[in-house]
Write a protein that binds this ligand. Structure first.
Ligand code: NAI
Ligand code: MG
Length: 359
């Protein structure tokens, strides 16, 4: 990695700052191991920003993120702000930052750590070797299409519209192809082309873009079949690319293969290399302030940052291997522990992973 990377750090609310603090230890250790230097800067975001600045996404936070190479985010939200009007809700900040940074894809890996197979509801032999990524389109489809209600002779009728244009499909498919190229080079495109016109355009576009990636093997799977195959043969998937609503559902399904929300990292990417990295879980108000949250999802999000925004595979692998080593040695936070009395806290888990990081 040649130039100094600038990382914006948004701790957010609840356990957000607790898990982000452990990820920062990992950033420091990377600097030591590789002789690099990160420029890190913290900013207010979410509920804490509402309290101090009167808005979930203050202008200076947005400016910092725009000038950064990557954004590391904890989580936002909590009961304190649940009844606020829309513009004073933490989630409004999340939607705002994604839009302002032009982030149109959400990337969620689901990796089975051998020693955690007991945490899943599926049989260990089905899960064996599972290591997949769901790439979900974030800005189009039925969630964003025109929606309204009208009166009919059968009572009220509600209408949601699903729309996709070629450009929206092209950019996400290209990105998924790039991700696949850095992995096992297998792309599964998921649609409902037997019924939906948007899916037929999706499939045509995928075929056209994939032609530029002859080294990536392509398959098309209908969404209902994909939902089944994820449970039947999860290890056969590498990269799954799909539209917004299908991706919302399939990424949650894939996440649960691993059995634990405290382990799951995510990335949101746009056209350039700037990405936003965060754990899949929320602010967990029920355990905030107790020092028991699992920091692994956030630490693995740093590994994703190295790989996807900094194109720095080696440093990402160092983190992933360290996490694996610590888990193999039997260390667990409470959420993944069978014997909760032996569980380690947030900070201890962070320290153990940092100690296990070697080149
Ligand atoms: P949550 O993910 O915060 O918590 C769900 C359950 O998982 C809780 O029992 C929690 O204690 C546990 N959990 C979550 N992360 C954990 C970790 N790292 N270690 C150990 N246990 C963990 O989801 P919930 O309760 O639905 O939402 C809480 C708040 O978070 C809400 O205000 C919600 O809006 C917000 N939220 C924010 C997200 C974000 O910032 N991207 C995403 C999801 C929810
Ligand atoms: Mg969801």
């Amino acid at each position: 990695m040649a130039e100094t990377k600038r990382i914006a750090i948004l701790g957010g609310d609840g356990i957000g700052p607790e898990v982000v603090a452990e990820a920062e230890k990992v950033l420091k250790k990377t600097e030591e191991l590789f002789g690099v230097q990160f420029e890190t800067e913290h900013a207010l975001f979410g509920g804490v920003a509402i309290d101090q600045k009167g808005t979930p996404l203050p202008e200076e936070t947005l400016e910092l993120c725009k000038s950064a190479d990557a954004v590391l985010l904890g989580a936002v939200g909590g009961p304190k702000w649940d009844n606020n009007p829309k513009e004073l809700r933490p989630e409004t900040g999340l939607l705002g930052i994604r839009k302002q940074l032009g982030l149109f894809s959400n990337i969620r890996p689901a990796v089975i750590f051998d020693c955690l197979k007991e945490a899943s509801t599926l049989k260990p032999e089905v899960l064996e070797g599972t290591d997949l990524i769901v790439v979900r389109e974030l800005t189009g489809g039925i969630y964003f299409g025109e929606k309204f209600r009208r009166d009919t002779e059968n009572g009220q009728e509600a209408v949601d519209t699903c729309a996709y244009n070629e450009k929206e499909v092209e950019r996400i498919v290209r990105q998924a192809c790039e991700v696949a190229r850095k992995r096992r080079k297998k792309l599964t495109s998921v649609d409902k082309a037997n019924v939906l016109e948007t899916s037929r355009l999706w499939r045509e576009t995928v075929n056209r873009i994939a032609a530029d990636y002859q080294d990536v093997e392509l398959e098309h799977v209908l969404v209902d079949n994909c939902a089944m195959q994820l449970l039947r043969r999860p290890a056969s998937f590498d990269v799954i690319v799909t539209e917004n609503m299908f991706g919302d559902i399939l990424s949650d399904e894939a996440a649960m293969l691993t059995g634990s929300i405290g382990m799951l990292a995510s990335a949101s990417l746009g056209e350039g290399s700037l990405g936003l990295y965060e754990p899949v879980h929320g602010s967990a108000p029920d355990i905030a302030g107790q020092g028991v949250a699992n920091p692994i999802a956030t630490i693995l999000s740093v590994a994703l940052m190295y790989k996807l925004s900094f194109n720095w595979q080696e440093a990402g692998d160092v983190i992933e291997n360290a996490v694996k080593k610590v888990l193999d040695a039997g260390h667990r936070t409470a959420d993944i522990a069978v014997d909760k009395s032996k569980a380690v806290g947030t900070s201890k888990m962070g320290d153990l992973i940092v100690e296990a990081m070697v080149r």
